[in-house]
Design a protein around this ligand. Structure first.
Ligand code: KG4
Ligand code: ZN
Length: 331
């Protein structure tokens, strides 16, 4: 009998639902929350309320698109952690209730593990060991994977995440939230060598973005608003280029230290066109096999929760109804 999993993602500001059948994603639906734009960042209480409004229609749509009925489901998966507490509560409560009503197993998924496993949705999957640079709004990690469920963080940010570096820079430039995709857009027309921002000297495989943020702040404060307007593309390209070089230098170092040449990227920032290009270039230079999830599997989505749940289902890793959202820091 085939295994049909419904997965729910509600860690931050997007409500996602996906249906997977025997390892294949049949639907991946998302309701984006626009309510936060006017505040320049995600407002947690508004996020949980929007999840509550969105969750039933999004799940309904995911089931319809996949042509699967609730009664056929084998398991319900949800994002357990990390994330905004209220947002996680909506997804986990919904998943628990549905699993109980249908009398089927519940699968608790770690959001960061799921970002990494987004690389395993495509037909051509990485082999092990595999190194993944996970870059999102809240995390920047280099993860060593020895199997789908055996992962270890070998480097991470000591302060801001790469996504935050993009978003905070964008905010300083007067761009709306989330600024990452906008910096990407303007950077495409700009000269990345025009302005020089510093690269922090952090030992090992860890990252830091706070010094870069400060230097961008001082740079912007020292310029006339008209200059910023007129040179926006070059400024965005220079900021983006520096964030990418910080990320790629550590990834190259991690590959050299571990000897691993199966290399992927994941998380919202892996949607960045400059980072995607840089990975391909470094891959060609160092003889890596590179992996980049499709755009819709980079930013938060439920398909990555579904693929992780598929591996957990096969390993018999189920959760009890007493599982606590937000309670697990590590994967
Ligand atoms: O993984 P994600 O969707 O949510 C978290 O788990 O945090 O990542 C969101 C982050 C935001 O900081 C957003 O600005 C960034 O990913 N992002 C991008 C791009 N698309 C999304 N950053 C740079 N370039 C992009 N194209
Ligand atoms: Zn995420």
């Amino acid at each position: 009998m085939s295994v049909k999993i419904l997965a729910i993602e509600s860690s931050c500001d997007d409500t996602g639902a996906s249906v997977l059948v025997d390892g294949k994603i049949l639907s991946n639906c998302i309701a984006n929350q626009t309510v936060h734009e006017q505040y320049g960042g995600v407002v947690p209480e508004l996020a949980s309320r929007a999840h509550q409004e969105n969750i039933v229609p999004v799940v309904d749509l995911a089931l319809k698109k996949a042509g699967v009925s609730k009664e056929e489901l084998s398991a319900i998966a949800f994002t357990q952690a990390p994330g905004l507490m209220g947002s996680l509560l909506v997804g986990s409560s919904f998943a628990k209730s549905l699993a109980m009503a249908l009398d089927i197993p519940l699968i608790a998924v770690h959001h960061m593990q799921a970002h990494v496993l987004a690389n395993f949705i495509a037909e051509s999957k990485p082999s092990f060991p595999f190194l993944c640079l996970t870059v999102s709004g809240g995390h920047t990690q280099i993860v060593r994977c020895d199997s789908p469920l055996q992962m270890k963080v070998i480097g991470e940010t000591l302060d801001d995440a790469a996504g935050e570096a993009f978003d905070k820079s964008a905010k300083l430039l007067g761009l709306p939230y989330p600024g990452g995709p906008l910096i990407d857009k303007y950077a495409a027309q700009g000269d990345p060598k025009r302005f020089k921002f510093p690269e922090p000297q952090i030992p090992g495989l860890n990252f830091s973005f706070s010094g870069l943020k400060t230097s961008i702040l001082y740079f912007i404060q020292s310029q006339e608003p008209q200059f910023i307007q007129d040179n926006l593309a070059d400024i965005c390209a220079s900021i983006q280029q520096r964030i990418i070089s910080i990320l790629m230098n550590k990834l190259v170092k991690a590959s050299k230290e571990t000897g691993i040449k199966e290399i992927g990227i994941a998380g919202g920032v892996s949607a960045n066109s400059g980072l995607r290009k840089a990975l391909e270039e470094q891959g060609a230079k160092y003889g890596w096999n590179t992996y980049i999830p499709k755009f819709e599997y980079c930013t938060d989505n439920a398909a990555m929760i579904a693929i992780t749940a598929w591996y957990k289902y096969q390993a018999g890793e189920f959760a009890g109804l007493d599982v606590i959202p937000g309670a697990r820091a590590a994967f």
